[in-house]
Write a protein that binds this ligand. Structure first.
Ligand code: FMN
Length: 214
Protein backbone atom coordinates (compact mmCIF):
# COMPACT_ATOMS: atom_id res chain seq x y z
CA UNK A 1 0.00 0.00 0.00
CA UNK A 2 1.34 3.44 -0.96
CA UNK A 3 1.48 5.78 2.06
CA UNK A 4 -1.17 8.21 0.77
CA UNK A 5 -3.29 5.87 -1.23
CA UNK A 6 -5.75 3.37 0.15
CA UNK A 7 -7.41 0.41 -1.53
CA UNK A 8 -11.06 -0.59 -1.24
CA UNK A 9 -10.02 -3.00 1.49
CA UNK A 10 -9.15 -0.04 3.75
CA UNK A 11 -12.49 1.63 3.06
CA UNK A 12 -14.24 -1.64 3.87
CA UNK A 13 -12.30 -1.85 7.12
CA UNK A 14 -13.21 1.73 8.03
CA UNK A 15 -16.88 1.05 7.23
CA UNK A 16 -16.75 -2.09 9.37
CA UNK A 17 -15.41 -0.09 12.32
CA UNK A 18 -18.03 2.63 11.82
CA UNK A 19 -20.79 0.04 11.60
CA UNK A 20 -19.61 -1.77 14.72
CA UNK A 21 -19.29 1.41 16.82
CA UNK A 22 -21.92 1.61 19.51
CA UNK A 23 -22.82 3.94 22.30
CA UNK A 24 -21.99 2.01 25.46
CA UNK A 25 -23.51 2.53 28.88
CA UNK A 26 -22.91 1.26 32.40
CA UNK A 27 -24.68 -2.07 31.92
CA UNK A 28 -22.00 -3.21 29.46
CA UNK A 29 -18.68 -2.08 30.92
CA UNK A 30 -16.51 -4.76 32.48
CA UNK A 31 -14.01 -4.38 35.27
CA UNK A 32 -10.86 -4.32 33.13
CA UNK A 33 -8.51 -1.36 33.14
CA UNK A 34 -7.71 0.51 29.94
CA UNK A 35 -3.92 0.59 29.56
CA UNK A 36 -2.20 3.97 29.23
CA UNK A 37 -1.01 3.10 25.72
CA UNK A 38 -4.58 2.37 24.59
CA UNK A 39 -5.84 5.65 26.04
CA UNK A 40 -2.96 7.46 24.32
CA UNK A 41 -4.06 6.05 20.97
CA UNK A 42 -7.59 7.31 21.63
CA UNK A 43 -6.30 10.80 22.47
CA UNK A 44 -4.01 10.68 19.42
CA UNK A 45 -7.15 10.14 17.34
CA UNK A 46 -8.58 13.36 18.79
CA UNK A 47 -5.36 15.17 17.88
CA UNK A 48 -5.80 14.12 14.23
CA UNK A 49 -9.27 15.63 13.94
CA UNK A 50 -10.03 18.50 11.60
CA UNK A 51 -10.82 21.86 13.22
CA UNK A 52 -11.90 25.26 11.97
CA UNK A 53 -8.81 27.32 11.11
CA UNK A 54 -6.78 24.48 12.69
CA UNK A 55 -7.79 26.03 16.00
CA UNK A 56 -7.89 22.66 17.83
CA UNK A 57 -10.21 24.17 20.42
CA UNK A 58 -10.58 21.03 22.56
CA UNK A 59 -9.62 20.34 26.15
CA UNK A 60 -10.13 17.09 28.03
CA UNK A 61 -10.51 16.51 31.75
CA UNK A 62 -9.91 12.91 32.82
CA UNK A 63 -12.10 12.30 35.85
CA UNK A 64 -10.95 9.54 38.19
CA UNK A 65 -12.16 10.91 41.51
CA UNK A 66 -15.09 8.74 42.60
CA UNK A 67 -16.59 11.49 44.75
CA UNK A 68 -16.75 13.75 41.71
CA UNK A 69 -18.22 10.94 39.65
CA UNK A 70 -20.84 10.28 42.35
CA UNK A 71 -21.85 13.94 42.26
CA UNK A 72 -22.15 13.76 38.47
CA UNK A 73 -24.34 10.65 38.63
CA UNK A 74 -26.60 12.43 41.14
CA UNK A 75 -26.86 15.31 38.70
CA UNK A 76 -27.57 12.87 35.85
CA UNK A 77 -30.39 11.30 37.90
CA UNK A 78 -31.99 14.66 38.57
CA UNK A 79 -31.78 15.80 34.95
CA UNK A 80 -32.91 12.44 33.63
CA UNK A 81 -35.98 12.30 35.89
CA UNK A 82 -37.03 15.70 34.56
CA UNK A 83 -36.22 14.82 30.94
CA UNK A 84 -38.31 11.66 31.10
CA UNK A 85 -41.48 13.71 31.66
CA UNK A 86 -41.35 15.17 28.16
CA UNK A 87 -42.24 11.82 26.58
CA UNK A 88 -45.54 9.99 26.13
CA UNK A 89 -46.63 7.58 28.89
CA UNK A 90 -45.47 4.53 26.89
CA UNK A 91 -42.11 6.07 26.20
CA UNK A 92 -41.70 7.20 29.82
CA UNK A 93 -41.90 3.56 30.90
CA UNK A 94 -39.38 2.56 28.26
CA UNK A 95 -37.15 5.46 29.25
CA UNK A 96 -37.20 4.42 32.90
CA UNK A 97 -35.86 0.98 31.96
CA UNK A 98 -32.94 2.36 29.96
CA UNK A 99 -29.42 2.73 31.32
CA UNK A 100 -28.27 6.03 29.88
CA UNK A 101 -24.84 6.61 31.44
CA UNK A 102 -21.84 4.69 32.71
CA UNK A 103 -20.16 7.23 34.95
CA UNK A 104 -19.41 4.93 37.88
CA UNK A 105 -18.94 1.72 35.90
CA UNK A 106 -16.60 2.96 33.16
CA UNK A 107 -12.91 2.81 34.07
CA UNK A 108 -12.28 5.99 32.11
CA UNK A 109 -14.36 9.20 32.29
CA UNK A 110 -13.44 12.17 30.12
CA UNK A 111 -15.18 15.55 30.08
CA UNK A 112 -14.63 17.30 26.76
CA UNK A 113 -14.62 21.08 26.57
CA UNK A 114 -14.66 23.68 23.84
CA UNK A 115 -12.23 26.47 24.61
CA UNK A 116 -12.86 29.36 22.23
CA UNK A 117 -9.86 31.18 20.86
CA UNK A 118 -9.34 34.77 22.00
CA UNK A 119 -7.93 35.62 18.56
CA UNK A 120 -9.83 35.52 15.25
CA UNK A 121 -9.98 32.03 13.76
CA UNK A 122 -9.83 31.46 10.02
CA UNK A 123 -13.24 30.24 8.90
CA UNK A 124 -15.08 30.90 12.13
CA UNK A 125 -16.09 34.54 11.75
CA UNK A 126 -19.57 34.02 10.28
CA UNK A 127 -20.27 30.65 11.89
CA UNK A 128 -19.19 30.78 15.48
CA UNK A 129 -20.53 27.28 16.11
CA UNK A 130 -17.83 25.73 13.92
CA UNK A 131 -15.57 25.80 16.96
CA UNK A 132 -17.93 23.42 18.75
CA UNK A 133 -18.30 21.31 15.61
CA UNK A 134 -14.51 20.89 15.61
CA UNK A 135 -14.64 19.44 19.10
CA UNK A 136 -17.31 17.01 17.94
CA UNK A 137 -14.99 15.91 15.10
CA UNK A 138 -12.38 15.05 17.73
CA UNK A 139 -14.95 13.11 19.75
CA UNK A 140 -16.02 11.08 16.73
CA UNK A 141 -12.37 10.24 15.98
CA UNK A 142 -12.01 9.03 19.56
CA UNK A 143 -15.18 6.97 19.30
CA UNK A 144 -13.96 5.21 16.16
CA UNK A 145 -10.42 4.65 17.42
CA UNK A 146 -11.80 3.30 20.69
CA UNK A 147 -13.96 0.85 18.74
CA UNK A 148 -11.00 -0.21 16.59
CA UNK A 149 -9.22 -1.00 19.87
CA UNK A 150 -12.30 -2.87 21.16
CA UNK A 151 -12.93 -0.21 23.78
CA UNK A 152 -16.52 0.93 24.20
CA UNK A 153 -17.44 4.57 24.54
CA UNK A 154 -20.63 6.28 25.63
CA UNK A 155 -21.59 9.94 25.30
CA UNK A 156 -23.51 11.29 28.28
CA UNK A 157 -25.39 14.51 27.61
CA UNK A 158 -28.05 14.19 30.31
CA UNK A 159 -26.17 16.50 32.65
CA UNK A 160 -26.24 20.17 33.60
CA UNK A 161 -23.23 21.68 31.91
CA UNK A 162 -22.90 24.35 34.61
CA UNK A 163 -22.82 21.69 37.33
CA UNK A 164 -20.16 19.66 35.51
CA UNK A 165 -18.09 22.82 35.02
CA UNK A 166 -18.31 23.65 38.70
CA UNK A 167 -17.30 20.14 39.76
CA UNK A 168 -14.30 20.22 37.45
CA UNK A 169 -13.32 23.77 38.28
CA UNK A 170 -13.58 24.67 34.60
CA UNK A 171 -12.74 28.22 33.55
CA UNK A 172 -15.60 30.53 32.63
CA UNK A 173 -15.03 30.40 28.89
CA UNK A 174 -14.78 26.60 28.72
CA UNK A 175 -17.95 25.04 27.34
CA UNK A 176 -18.86 21.44 28.04
CA UNK A 177 -19.37 19.55 24.79
CA UNK A 178 -19.48 15.96 26.00
CA UNK A 179 -18.99 13.69 28.95
CA UNK A 180 -17.51 10.40 27.78
CA UNK A 181 -17.37 7.03 29.48
CA UNK A 182 -14.90 4.48 28.13
CA UNK A 183 -13.97 0.93 28.91
CA UNK A 184 -13.95 -2.67 27.76
CA UNK A 185 -17.38 -4.21 27.36
CA UNK A 186 -19.09 -7.57 27.68
CA UNK A 187 -20.82 -6.98 24.36
CA UNK A 188 -21.11 -4.51 21.49
CA UNK A 189 -24.71 -4.62 20.29
CA UNK A 190 -25.11 -5.18 16.55
CA UNK A 191 -27.52 -2.28 16.19
CA UNK A 192 -28.25 0.82 18.26
CA UNK A 193 -30.11 -0.12 21.41
CA UNK A 194 -32.75 2.53 20.67
CA UNK A 195 -33.34 0.91 17.28
CA UNK A 196 -33.55 -2.56 18.80
CA UNK A 197 -36.13 -1.33 21.31
CA UNK A 198 -38.14 0.43 18.55
CA UNK A 199 -37.59 3.82 20.18
CA UNK A 200 -36.38 5.18 16.84
CA UNK A 201 -35.89 3.75 13.37
CA UNK A 202 -32.81 4.17 11.22
CA UNK A 203 -33.52 6.59 8.36
CA UNK A 204 -32.29 5.59 4.95
CA UNK A 205 -29.59 8.05 3.97
CA UNK A 206 -31.31 8.35 0.57
CA UNK A 207 -34.30 9.95 2.28
CA UNK A 208 -32.00 12.64 3.71
CA UNK A 209 -30.41 13.63 0.40
CA UNK A 210 -32.11 16.36 -1.61
CA UNK A 211 -31.41 17.48 -5.16
CA UNK A 212 -30.51 21.13 -5.71
CA UNK A 213 -32.71 22.66 -3.01
CA UNK A 214 -35.34 22.00 -0.36
C1 FMN B 1 -24.47 14.23 21.03
C2 FMN B 1 -24.87 12.89 21.58
C3 FMN B 1 -25.38 12.81 22.86
C4 FMN B 1 -25.76 11.57 23.40
N1 FMN B 1 -26.21 11.50 24.70
C5 FMN B 1 -26.51 10.30 25.24
C6 FMN B 1 -26.86 10.17 26.61
O1 FMN B 1 -26.91 11.12 27.39
N2 FMN B 1 -27.15 8.93 27.08
C7 FMN B 1 -27.12 7.83 26.27
O2 FMN B 1 -27.40 6.73 26.76
N3 FMN B 1 -26.76 7.91 24.97
C8 FMN B 1 -26.45 9.11 24.45
N4 FMN B 1 -26.05 9.20 23.13
C9 FMN B 1 -25.98 7.98 22.33
C10 FMN B 1 -27.10 7.85 21.31
O3 FMN B 1 -28.28 7.48 21.95
C11 FMN B 1 -26.67 6.79 20.29
O4 FMN B 1 -25.56 7.26 19.60
C12 FMN B 1 -27.76 6.45 19.29
O5 FMN B 1 -28.85 5.87 19.94
C13 FMN B 1 -27.26 5.52 18.20
O6 FMN B 1 -26.69 4.37 18.78
P1 FMN B 1 -25.21 3.93 18.50
O7 FMN B 1 -24.30 5.08 18.90
O8 FMN B 1 -24.99 2.72 19.38
O9 FMN B 1 -25.08 3.62 17.05
C14 FMN B 1 -25.65 10.41 22.60
C15 FMN B 1 -25.12 10.50 21.31
C16 FMN B 1 -24.72 11.73 20.80
C17 FMN B 1 -24.13 11.79 19.42
Amino acid sequence: MKPNHFEQESADMLAAIMGARRDVRGNRFIDKPVAADILSQIFAAAEMAPSVGFSQPWEFVVVNNMKTRRALVDNFNQVSTQAQKAFSQDKQEQYAALKLEGIMEAPVNIAVFYRPSRLPVLGQSSMEETGRYSVVCAIQNMWLMARALNVGMGWVSILEAAFVKEQLNAPKDAELVAYLCLGYVNEFLEQPELEKLNWERRKSIRSCILEESY
